[in-house]
Design a protein around this ligand. Sequence first.
Ligand code: MSP
Length: 547
Amino acid sequence: MARRVLFYSQNSLCFLPPFSSLCSKTKHLTKTLHFRKNPSSSASFCRSYCYNGEAKPTKTEPFVLTTPLYYVNAPPHMGSAYTTIAADAIARFQRLLGKEVIFVTGTDEHGEKIATAAAGQGCSPSEHCDAVSHAYRMLWKDLDIAYDKFIRTTDPGHEAIVKEFYSRVLNNGDIYRADYEGLYCVNCEEYKVQSWIKSGLRDFSVSRASVEWGIPVPNDNKQTIYVWFDALLGYVSALLKDKEQPTLQNAISSGWPASLHLIGKDILRFHAVYWPAMLMSAGFSLPTKVFGHGFLTKDGLKMGKSLGNTLEPKNLVHRFGPDAVRYFFLREVEFGNDGDFSEDRFISIINAHLANTIGNLLNRTLGLLKKNCQSTLAVNSYIAEGNVFKDTVENLVEKARLHYENLSLLSACECVLEIGNAGNLYIDERAPWTLFKQGGASSEAAKKDLVIVLEAMRIISITLSPIAPSLCLRIYSQLGYSKDQFNAVTWNDAKWGGLKAGQVMAEPKPIFARIEVRKDGEGGGDTVQNEVEDNKRIKQTRAIAEA
Ligand code: MSP
C-alpha cells in the first residue's frame, strides 16, 4: 500500500519503489492518492522550474494563463504582485497575437493560516477574506492588470467543483482513510520532509480533521479538504462562465487544460507533483506548461509576509505610476531568477529608459514636427525602404516577439529599448534641426527623418504595450490615434509602414515625468525627495495619465 509514488521523466511516468522513513516524526505512510498512468500526460522538465507537457493548444483553444491564488492572511506585497505583473504582460502579448486569452487570478481563502489571521484581526474568517481579497483586486486595478477571471476559493461554485472532484477521485479508488503525521508548517500549509524528491515521493493527505475553516469533506463533516487540494482546483472552477451550473464538465469544457501556470519556485512541488497526480486520478489533461520564477529579495532575503521585509506595491504605484513599477520588475529581474530591489536602481532605470530614451525621443521629434511641419506627416513611413535604421527596427521587433514567446520578458524589454536607442542615434546623426535651417532638399529630407523616427515610436508603443500599457497608450495618442484604435492593435501592426502622409500628431506633451532626486547635503548620496515631493509627483503622474 505504501509504495505508490510518482516521478516524471522524459515522456513517461514511473512508479518508484517504497522507502522507509522520510521524517522521524512520520509514523504512518499509507496511500491517499493513487496515480494513474495517463496517456495524454507525457511530460518533461525544462529550465530549472519549468514543466512542459507535449500537448500543444490548437488554434481554436483559448490561451489559459494562471497566477497562483494568493493567500489572504495578509495584504498583497510586491512579491505577490510580481507574478501577476508578469502574467499580465504575457496575457497582453498573447492577445496581441490574436489569441483568445483567459487570464485567471484570485485568492486562496481557506485553511488554518487564514483562520488564525482573521482571529488576530478580531473578525470572522469570511469578513477577513472579503477585505483582503478586495485589497488584491484594488491593487490589480492600480497596476493595470487586465485579468479575465478572479476566483475566490470561498465562492460557492468553487466549493461545488471541489466536492465533485473529490468524489470523483474517491470513486476512482485513489483516496483512503489513514492516520497521517508529519512536521507541518502552517505558514507554508505543507508537511516538511527532508530531501523530498530524493527520498522518493509519498502519498499525501487530502483532508484535515483539526481545521474548521475549509470545504467539508463530502460525507464526513468532521473534516475539511486540505487547502492545496482545494486551491489548485480554483484553476478549473475559474473557467466556469457567469451563472453557469458549477459542474466539472462545464468548467473543463470552457478551456481546460491551462496553457501556462505561472508560479514562484517555492510552490513547484504542488504544481508539478500534487496537481498532475490529482488531474490524472480524475482523468483530466495536464497543463501544458508550469513556469516557476525566482524571488524578489530585499537585502538578499526573500521578501515575504513571514519575514516582514515586504515592499508596499501600493505606495510604489502611487508614487511612480503603474508603468514604472511594471517596467522595472520585468526589465530588471530575469524571469526565472531572483532579483533584489533598490530604490536608487529603480529611479535610475526608469529615468534612463522611460523618461529619457523613450519619452524624450518622442517629445523632441514631435516638437520639431510641430515647429516645421504643423504637426503633420509629410510622407508615408514606408518610403524608408532600404534604410538601415528601419532594418534594425524590424530585426528588433522579431527578436522581441521571440523573447515574449519564450517568457524572456527582460530580453523583450531590452529589444524594445534598443529601438529607442537606435532612434535617438538616428536623429542625432541626421540632425534634422540643422537640415530644416538649410531649407530646400535638406528640409524635405528632414521631414522624412521625422516620419521615420515617429514610425519607430509607433512600433515601440505596440511592442512595449504588454509591459507598460498606459505609457504606450499615451505614446499612441500623441501619434494621433484614438484609444479604440490602440485597443484594436495586434502584433502584425508592429510591421514597418503604419504611419501615413497627412496624419496629424497631437500636441507634444511629456509622456513620462522624470523622477527627480535631490542631493541630501549631510546624508551623502542622492535620495528621493520627501513626501511633499512624492505628492507633487503623484499629481504630475496623474495629470500626465489623464491628459
Ligand atoms: N495560496 C498559495 C498558492 C495556491 S495556487 C493554487 C500560495 N500563496 S502565497 O500568497 O503564499 O504565494 C503566492 C505566490 O507569490 C507564490 O508563487 C510565491 O512564490 C509568490 N511570492 C511570494 N513572495 C515572493 C517574493 N518575495 N518574490 C516573488 N514571488 C513571491 O502560495
